[in-house]
Design a protein around this ligand. Sequence first.
Ligand code: COA
Length: 182
Amino acid sequence: MVLDIKNLWGCWREKNYLNYKVYFSFMPQSPCIRTATFDDFKRIVELERLCFQREHAYSRRQLRYLLTKAHSMVLVETLDSVIRGFVIVLFRRGTTVAGIETINVDPVFRKMGIGLRLLSAVEDHLRKDGIRTIRLEVAITNAAAIALYEHAGYHQVMLLKKYYHFTHQGSRDAYRMIKRLG
Ligand SMILES: CC(C)(COP(=O)(O)OP(=O)(O)OC[C@H]1O[C@@H](n2cnc3c(N)ncnc32)[C@H](O)[C@@H]1OP(=O)(O)O)[C@@H](O)C(=O)NCCC(=O)NCCS
């Protein structure tokens, strides 16, 4: 919903302060990107399952580790308190390199720029932390993710044969992609 200035001005002109108040209480919030907390864990698990088939998805245990114990940064994108996407970044100790572990957007909210906004927020945080390079691996079959990363300025530097191993679906090649932060 877009801010309806005409309606707002109407409330003001008529000195209808009650309407004015009601109007604001129903106004949706703007999208926001913030650091995840443990309260977000359930939704992060849900999004992981919405985005990846069981064998390809991180388990609850792995996600709990990434959120609470790893040397990581987890950002969530929200609108009206609903988490629509998240990104997990891992730091490599003693280096100026960080790695994107995963980025997931709820299928309902895809192609709305959420992935790009999460990547941009990651870059802002990492620059402040002195990180110079972001690195990631992506399955060569994941066309949407490759397109997102290329759009965000990442480029392929290596083909990693049989990078992902799955019990029932064999292995899958991946591209390593990097972006140098200016
Ligand atoms: C990959 C993913 C995060 C993209 O999120 P998103 O919010 O839909 O992406 P955005 O809306 O920010 O897209 C930005 C750009 O990326 C590219 N892009 C994104 N999705 C695309 C698709 N399905 N096909 C082609 N290009 C796509 C486009 O260039 C797009 O710009 P445009 O809309 O102007 O064409 C989302 O598809 C997803 O969650 N996939 C499943 C999880 C996953 O595979 N994560 C990556 C793990 S490595």
